[in-house]
Design a binder for this molecule. Structure first.
Ligand code: NA7
Length: 546
């Protein structure tokens, strides 16, 4: 049970307020869901832990934070006016631009008046008799509504490293998802960073040129490939604005909702020259083409994957001068693309700088964090600033951090202790009227595309309920069993399901999170859309209504 102060009466508990739905989270998903429910004429309250809109883009303000998705494929697609008036400055926008965009959306659609900021939800309990969710905030205040919509974000539960002495460091130390809002100069400072995931790579390549000294503490190297970002020219801007319909249609046709789609050829059936030429081309192109637009078997066949890994390893060896350092940067325990691929801009070249040190903590483990820095088995490293780029308790973490209880006190955290069970990733069995946007078991890739689709679908379900006077929805157990089995089967075809990462639910900083789980639907976004559209078209037979 989450400890929270006694509930207090206030505006949120005023029955006269009569919320029809509560949404948790005002990131990309919560904002759009609010907009859609308002169109149905519903009275909606959004609770958001942050002080403003933006979710991921509100919290992750670290230097170098930016898209790996093409900007023009990332924004909301629902408003032509919004598409035409907004100008992305770069092909892969930086965090301040994305946050500016989300603020613009909040202003344009007047979203803030239904959002309560600085309001972290700590509990959500379903009252079976009243058919209502009661949501409790950290402050103790409560609010009630028949519908609860979780728009928590798959990467909102950040995790600090479980290293002894973590709180003893005397200087500034923070997780990348809690980067200070006030500008902070790292110029000339001695900086230590733990982690080498997508976040760390963005930080490292951005700050290496300005800091006095940078030590990177690496446990597992990740494969990374060039982003090739650049400004959008005025001519491109015009072309983009004229072709939004085609861009979004293209995203609808790919398995990851990016503009990139796997090549139908096998890496093994083409000649070595053809293979090499294709990979050179992909390596020179912007975005995720080299990951999700590669030969069709690179992410499924170990032999194809080994060849792709060798190609990228060669690139790393070419870019890093010291062969010993290059070898440390080449992953040996997982193949190319079997974890979320970080895209980089000059990351490998950073290790050619005299002020940057790569510390392989498998060779020289971290013993503890000290008041002055980090002690490894062979050295004391002193720092002015420590950065934890140590990731998130992915997908289910944000759910675990809220005390969610269904009828009879059934706890979601217990139900999902082993692995989540859902129908379409939108509802869990035993939690009526709780609808999840981008919960586990949904297709994920170019996230706003997935979000829009799910929000539209959930809005359709709610519209259906309102039209038929239905007040309660819950998936049938057999539908949950069938979907969960299908999700597991689809994931088993991909090599990534054999590798530890946040995408397979592993986070060694969280107790019990050392076993791989399936947290997404990997049968492809096209198949996912076909399925959810069929469920709606056939009258939602997989759900029980009252
Ligand atoms: P990631 O990709 O989960 O990376 C976290 C990094 O932190 C990774 O290199 C971890 O090493 C490292 N880590 C975590 N805990 C420790 C401890 N205790 N000691 C040493 N190193 C540690 O998170 P990101 O924030 O980079 O990216 C998350 C997603 O955000 C990304 O996929 C994009 O979708 C955007 P490990 O690999 O576990 O050995």
């Amino acid at each position: 049970m989450v400890a929270s102060p006694a509930p207090t009466a206030g505006a949120e508990s005023d029955p006269a307020a009569g919320w029809e739905a509560i949404i948790i989270g005002a990131g990309i998903a919560g904002m759009y869901q609010l907009h859609r429910l308002r169109e149905l004429g519903m009275r909606v309250r959004v609770f958001e832990a942050g002080s403003d809109v933006g979710g991921t883009w509100y919290w992750n303000r670290y230097p170098g934070a930016r898209f790996d998705s093409e900007s023009w494929s990332y924004g909301y697609s629902f408003s032509e006016e919004l598409l035409q008036e907004w100008e992305w400055p770069e092909h892969f926008a930086a965090q301040p631009d994305t946050l500016r965009y989300l603020n613009h959306v909040a202003d344009k659609f007047d979203l803030r008046r239904d959002i309560r900021f600085d309001s972290r939800v700590v509990a959500a309990h379903f009252d079976d008799a009243a058919n209502r969710w009661t949501v409790t905030l950290e402050s103790g205040e409560q609010a009630r509504a028949p519908l609860l919509i979780t728009a928590l974000g798959p990467l909102s539960a950040h995790t600090l490293p479980n290293i002894p002495g973590r709180d003893s460091f005397e200087g500034p130390a923070f997780h990348t998802a809690r980067w200070p809002r006030e500008p902070m100069s790292l110029a000339g400072k001695r900086v230590g960073i733990i982690g080498t995931g997508a976040t760390a790579i963005q930080v490292i390549q951005t700050i290496a040129g300005e800091v006095g000294h940078l030590a990177v503490f690496q446990r597992t190297p990740n494969w990374a490939a060039p982003l090739h970002n650049r400004p959008i020219t005025p001519e491109e801007q015009k072309r983009i604005k004229a072709s939004y319909r085609e861009i979004f249609e293209r995203c609808r046709q790919t398995d990851t909702c990016f503009i990139h789609q796997a090549d139908p050829r096998s890496a093994l059936e083409v000649s070595p020259e053809e293979r090499e030429a294709f990979w050179e081309k992909l390596y020179a192109e912007p975005g995720f083409g080299i990951w999700v637009g590669n030969f069709r078997d690179v992410l499924t066949d170990p032999r194809a994957n080994a060849l792709a890994s060798e190609f990228v390893a060669r690139k790393i060896r070419e870019r890093v001068r010291d062969p010993k350092v290059a070898e440390k940067l080449i992953p040996k325990n997982h193949g190319f693309g079997t974890r979320r691929l970080p895209l980089e801009s000059g990351y490998y070249e950073v290790y050619n700088q005299d002020n940057v040190l790569l510390v392989d903590i498998n060779e020289t483990p971290i013993e503890r964090i000290t008041p002055k820095g980090i002690r490894t088995s062979d050295a004391e490293h002193e720092f002015d600033v420590l950065i934890y780029a140590t990731g998130f308790d992915g997908v289910t973490g944000p759910y675990d951090r809220i005390d969610i209880r269904g009828p009879g006190g059934r706890r979601l955290k217990d139900d999902w202790a082993g692995t989540p069970r859902t129908f379409l990733g939108m509802q869990a069995e035993g939690f009526p009227n709780m609808l999840m946007v981008l919960g586990p078991h949904t297709a994920r890739g170019n996230i706003p595309r997935n979000i829009e689709e799910i929000v539209d679908w959930l809005t359709g379900l709610i519209r259906h309920m309102r039209a038929h006077g239905l007040t309660r929805v819950e998936p049938r157990p057999e539908a949950v069993a069938e979907w969960t089995a299908h999700v597991e089967e689809a994931a088993s075809r991909l090599l990534f399901s054999r590798v530890n990462s946040w995408q397979t639910g592993v986070n060694r900083n969280v107790e019990g999170r050392d076993v791989r789980r399936t947290l997404g639907y990997y049968g492809g976004a096209v198949a996912y859309r076909r399925k959810i559209e069929a469920v709606a078209a056939q009258g939602y037979r997989e759900f029980e209504f009252r």
